[in-house]
Write a protein that binds this ligand. Structure first.
Ligand code: PBG
Length: 326
């Protein structure tokens, strides 16, 4: 027998040497939830191990991540009150804006801060834009999104990540940022975002479930992959600097297709439902949490992701440093 594939599997050192997929804590982004108020550090029931932080307490989450070697964060906000226009999203003293200032003041450029740009956490109806009757008005929503992005950048965001799925929003945001002298602030576009049941735990955590209907008229249909390429190419033309596919685990084929057909750095978002399923199955004694966490993350990078947004960022950074993966 000439070909013995097992020869390269004999020892951990050898297996580590011939790995095809490489990972680094540098490519991990941890989501953080900011909540209006003071002295709040309360566990999020739907996302075990994660917390709602008021701006004065968010350094707890940052410190913990830095200890694991994770220094990039995706910020979400829970405002004190909501209205039909989602004014908390672009208020100068909005919750994300307050959080950005607090973190920046304490950590300077030691941390990289990305903000989720969307209306759903701030609108009383829970949809991702401005309503006209029962539909979300695409064009009317664009100025609200660009205004939100600008206010985040003015408050200290390093990068903005629009997740609303309105058409034309990358171009609108790019234009307003450029007009205000922020031509070097990158846009990470949630270009390929599916209408997914995997967002359930997040919507509990962020209080952002739509009060009626669903998001299928603006987020993508899970049956489509050619449309994902169309979305990715459109956002590239509009000036996106990085692209995202979301969710991750059920969409590995989409990650691969977008990777092969575009040239921008590609992020994947392993969403709340993916995290919650692993946690729940582990809690029930059905799976080994560490093993499944590692294997899931490897598969997302193997599919072609360059960057991973994950609620397991801290634990994955440890697994990478130990050499168990990456
Ligand atoms: C905001 C937004 C959502 C997520 C990220 N940004 C929820 C949604 O689209 O309903 C989901 C993240 C997750 O499930 O972890 N639009």
């Amino acid at each position: 027998m000439i070909d013995r594939s097992r020869r390269l599997r004999t020892t951990p050192l050898l297996r580590g040497m011939v790995r095809e997929t490489r990972m680094s804590p540098q490519s991990l982004i941890l989501p953080l939830f900011l909540q209006e108020g003071e002295k709040i550090c309360s566990p999020i029931p739907s996302l075990p191990g994660h917390f709602h932080y008021s701006p004065d307490e968010v350094s707890r989450g940052i410190e913990e991540a830095l200890r694991h070697g994770v220094n990039k964060f995706l910020l979400f906000g829970l405002p004190a009150s909501k209205d039909p226009e989602g004014s908390g999203a672009y208020a100068e003293d909005g919750i994300v804006q307050q959080g950005l200032r607090a973190i920046r003041q304490k950590y300077g450029k030691e941390v990289y801060l990305i903000t989720d740009v969307c209306m759903c956490e701030y609108t009383s109806h829970g949809h991702c834009g401005i309503l006209c009757g029962e539909t979300v008005d695409n064009d009317k929503t664009l100025p609200y999104l660009s205004r939100t992005a600008l206010s985040h950048v003015q408050a200290g965001a390093d990068m903005v990540a629009p997740s609303d799925m309105m058409d034309g929003r990358v171009a609108a945001i790019r234009q307003l940022l450029d007009e205000n002298g922020f031509e070097n602030t990158p846009i990470l576009s949630y270009a390929v975002k599916y209408a997914s049941s995997f967002y359930g735990p997040f919507r509990d955590a962020a209080g952002s479930a739509p009060s009626f209907g669903d998001r299928k008229s603006y987020q993508m249909d899970c049956h489509n992959v050619r449309e994902a390429l169309k979305e990715a190419m459109q956002d590239t033309r509009e000036g996106a600097d990085l692209l995202m596919v979301k969710p991750a685990l059920s969409y590995l084929d989409v990650i691969r297709a977008v990777k092969e057909n575009t040239h921008l750095p590609l992020a994947a978002y392993s969403v709340s439902g993916e995290y919650a399923m692993i946690k729940a199955a582990a809690q029930a004694g059905l799976i080994d949490e560490y093993g499944v966490m590692c294997e899931s993350a490897v598969s997302i990078f193997r599919a072609g992701a360059d960057i991973l947004i994950t609620y397991y960022a801290n634990e994955l950074a440890d697994a990478i440093m130990k050499g168990d993966i990456g």
